[in-house]
Design a protein around this ligand. Structure first.
Ligand code: 13P
Length: 372
């Protein structure tokens, strides 16, 4: 009998493998894994969730323009101050994700924003990717940038008070997309970012977003989301990211916004949880969904169905919404100081609804009981 020897390269690769398993972080390179694990758990503890208020300046300006609000730095600062200053927000919100511009600003009272967030009883975080660019040789697909200089930027953000970070990668569903090249490039970027974050003492929020745009159906979104999540977790393992010290921020599994068949909330919850169970290791403490352009009440109802139908899921099923939690507040504010309290009440209301959804206790009737 002939015994085939493994190729020489394979033996060399094994010989150089470190003594610790590939999915655990090298203790020598990470100062306080336990601290990061506690922080990750705190971000998804109880019935709270994250407030994503990290729209880039172009995106924020776009939303301001749609609401008839001036698009300038003082307006963006005033709006972010309104959000952070919402009375009682910390009852429902554990962490707030800031944008680079915001974390460098001071409130009108002269308090640095990260400090204002912490003073409100909320953990400050920051978006650290620098956005998407066209992926070479992959027409219509994008890759997220921001790894250059990331170590230094994270050190600076940590000094400013940020304790967690976020990086978003996007995937478009089309007849031939996302391609394996796009999935691999973005999954690799997410994993390298996450490893650098943990080394710098920040909890990474890993956000692979399969976009809702398109006429694909629920099954196609499930198939793509599963492929993306599998690739992301393979790269996270390769990069020795401690899964216990990160948060996953995925899309819910949804039919495309132009799909003629819009699934019910239970169907969405079932597809979402089936997909997560197959692809997300139980060591991850929390899944904090993005809203992705869903109307606020529908996002709450779908989050509620996830928690109601899967109370023993291995991860906390939380939220990290931007549009679905902020939209009514932004519209009500409209750039007018006189509307600040009403806008804050609208934000608080959506936060309360999502908090109830975390417990599986959200009911549409709640929408009629907003504080004034
Ligand atoms: P949406 O909830 O509006 O999708 O925003 C979440 C987010 O943080 C996008 O990066």
């Amino acid at each position: 009998m002939t015994i085939t020897q493994p190729p020489r390269g394979a033996i060399e690769a094994c010989d150089t493998e470190p003594a610790f398993p590939a999915n655990l972080i090298d203790p020598a390179t990470l100062v306080d894994v336990a601290g990061l694990v506690d922080l990750a758990k705190a971000l998804v503890a109880g019935d709270k969730g994250l407030l994503a208020m990290d729209e880039s300046t172009p995106t924020c300006n776009e939303r301001f323009a749609a609401a008839g609000i001036e698009q300038n730095e003082p307006a963006r600062r005033a709006y972010r101050q309104l959000l952070v200053g919402t009375p009682g927000l910390c009852e429902c919100i554990s962490g707030a994700i800031l944008y680079d511009e915001t974390i460098r600003q001071h409130t009108s009272y002269g308090v640095p924003f990260a400090q204002a967030v912490a003073d409100a009883g909320i953990i400050p975080g920051v978006k650290v990717d620098i956005g998407e660019t066209a992926l070479a040789a992959h027409p219509g697909e994008q890759v997220t940038e921001g790894l250059d200089g990331l170590v230094d930027r994270l050190g600076e953000y940590h000094q400013m008070g940020a304790r967690f970070a976020k990086w978003r990668a996007v995937f478009t569903i089309g007849n031939h997309t996302p391609t394996s090249g796009c999935i691999d490039a973005n999954a690799s970027g997410l994993a390298r970012y996450a490893a650098v974050c943990q080394q710098a003492g920040l909890v990474p929020v890993v956000e692979p977003e399969v976009l809702m745009a398109g006429d694909h159906n629920l099954a196609r979104c499930e198939e793509v989301t599963e492929a993306v999540l599998r690739a992301v977790f393979a790269h996270l393992a390769d990069q020795r990211v401690a899964l216990e010290a990160m948060i996953l921020k995925p899309n819910m599994v949804l039919p495309g916004s132009a799909c003629p068949t819009q699934s019910g909330v239970e169907e969405v919850a079932d597809a979402t949880l089936r997909c997560l169970r197959r692809a997300v290791p139980a060591a991850v403490p929390g899944v904090a969904f993005l809203s992705g352009g869903q109307p606020g009440q529908l996002a709450s109802a779908r989050l509620n169905a996830c928690n109601l139908r899967f109370p023993s899921a291995p991860w906390e099923l939380a939220f990290s919404f931007a549009r679905a939690i902020q939209h009514p507040a932004l519209e009500i504010w409209g750039g007018d100081r006189a509307n600040v309290t009403a806008a804050q009440n609208a934000l608080y209301h959506r936060a309360r609804c999502n908090q109830a959804a975390r417990r599986g206790e959200y009911r549409p009737v709640m929408e009629r009981t907003q504080r004034s």
